[in-house]
Design a protein around this ligand. Structure first.
Ligand code: PBG
Ligand code: ZN
Length: 335
C-alpha cells in the first residue's frame, strides 16, 4: 500500500476526467481555410498533390466560401493563378486580376466571411520568384548585384500597389508572404494613402525556406524557375532571427504575425507567443497536409487522429489562428 501515492493516471481514468483537465482544445474560430482561384467558369480542377483540394473559378470559389462560412470558419486565404505570367507579375496589381475578382465576389455573397489575400508575386511572375529579378531592363536593375538576385526595394513598390488593389476589391486582410525587407511599412503606407486605413496586415513574419511547400507549388503553379528562395526566406536553423524579423514587423505596423510552416517550428511559435502581444497565426503548410494524406492512403496513419493531433499541438504551442487545408474536415471532426 502507499506506493506510488502520486498517480497522474487518476486524472486520465475516465473520459469525463480527461475532458475536465484538458488544457488545449481546438476551436472553430481559430481556423483559416486556403482557396486557390483560377480564371474561367464552372471550373474545379483537382490538385493532385493535395487530395480533396481544387483550383476553383470565382463562381465555384463563392460556393466553397459559402460552405466554409456555414461550418462557422471565420476566414479564407486566397491564392490566385493568373491568366498569364510576366517578369513583374502584372496580374497581381490588375484590378481585374483573379484575386480582386474573387475577393469582390466572396465579400458580396458572404459579407461576414473574412477575406485574406496572400500578397506575393511568385504566383504571377514568369520566373516564379517572389518579386522582381535583377536582369537588365527591369525597373530598379542594379549592376552591382548578381543577375537573378531578387531586388528588394523595386519589389516593395509592386507589393504596395497590389495591396491597395486587393483591399479595394474587398480583402479585409493583406498577408504579405514574400519576406521582403520593409514590406510591412510599405504596404501600411500604401493602404493608408489610398484611404484603406482599416485594412489589416497579417505578416508572414517568420517564413522559412522550407521543403514542406512542395505540394503548394503544384497547387499555385508557382515553382521558382531557377534557384530557390533561400536568399529571402529564413534558414530552418534560425530561431533568434525569427524574433528579429518579428520585432521589425511590429515596429513597421503589422497587426498580426505568422510563423510558417507550423509543425516543424513549434518552438518558434512558442517563443514568439511568449515575447509579443500581437495575435499570432501559424500556417500548417501543404507538405504537412500531403504527407499525412499520403501515409493515410497507404493505411499507415489515421488521417483524422494525426491531423487533429497536429492542429492541437500547434494551438498548444501558442498559435491563436491556424491556416490549414484540414479546416473543413477539422470542424466536422470536432463535432
Ligand atoms: C507564396 C507562398 C507560398 C506558400 C504560401 N505563400 C509558397 C512559397 O513561399 O514557396 C506556401 C503554402 C503551402 O505550402 O501550403 N510566397
Ligand atoms: Zn512568393
Amino acid at each position: 500500500m502507499g506506493f506510488p501515492s502520486v498517480r497522474p493516471r487518476r486524472l486520465r481514468r475516465t473520459t469525463g476526467l480527461q475532458r475536465m483537465v484538458r488544457e488545449t482544445t481546438l476551436r472553430v474560430d481559430q481556423l483559416i481555410a486556403p482557396l486557390f482561384i483560377r480564371h474561367g467558369e464552372g471550373v474545379s480542377r483537382k490538385i493532385v498533390s493535395m487530395p480533396g483540394h481544387n483550383q476553383l473559378s470565382v463562381d465555384m470559389a463563392v460556393r466553397e466560401a459559402e460552405s466554409i462560412a456555414e461550418l462557422g470558419i471565420p476566414a479564407v486565404l486566397l491564392f490566385g493563378i493568373p491568366a498569364k505570367k510576366d517578369a513583374l507579375g502584372s496580374e497581381n496589381f490588375d484590378p481585374e486580376g483573379i484575386v480582386p475578382q474573387a475577393a469582390y465576389a466572396i465579400k458580396k455573397a458572404v459579407p461576414e466571411l473574412v477575406v485574406i489575400s496572400d500578397m506575393c508575386c511568385c504566383e504571377y511572375t514568369d520566373h516564379g520568384h517572389c518579386g522582381i529579378i535583377n536582369v537588365p531592363g527591369v525597373p530598379g536593375y542594379d549592376e552591382r548585384l548578381a543577375e537573378g538576385y531578387l531586388l528588394n526595394d523595386p519589389t516593395l513598390e509592386l507589393l504596395g500597389k497590389a495591396s491597395v488593389v486587393h483591399a479595394q476589391a474587398g480583402a479585409d486582410i493583406i498577408a504579405p508572404s514574400g519576406m521582403m525587407d520593409g514590406m510591412i511599412s510599405t504596404i501600411r503606407s500604401a493602404l493608408d494613402n489610398a484611404g484603406m486605413e482599416h485594412t489589416v496586415i497579417m505578416s508572414y513574419a517568420a517564413k522559412y525556406a522550407s521543403a514542406f511547400y512542395g505540394p503548394f507549388r503544384d497547387a499555385a503553379e508557382s515553382p521558382p524557375g531557377f534557384g530557390d528562395r533561400s536568399n529571402y526566406q529564413m534558414d530552418p536553423g534560425n530561431a533568434r532571427e525569427a524574433i528579429r524579423e518579428v520585432e521589425l514587423d511590429v515596429e513597421e505596423g503589422a497587426d498580426m504575425l505568422m510563423v510558417k510552416p507550423a509543425l516543424a517550428y513549434l518552438d518558434v511559435i512558442r517563443q514568439l507567443r511568449d515575447r509579443f502581444e500581437l495575435p499570432l497565426a501559424a500556417y500548417q503548410v501543404s507538405g504537412e497536409f500531403s504527407m499525412v494524406k499520403a501515409a493515410a492512403e497507404r493505411g499507415w496513419l489515421d488521417e483524422q487522429r494525426t491531423a487533429m493531433e497536429s492542429l492541437t499541438s500547434i494551438a498548444r504551442a501558442g498559435a491563436d489562428m491556424i491556416i490549414t487545408y484540414w479546416a473543413k474536415d477539422a470542424v466536422k471532426w470536432m463535432r
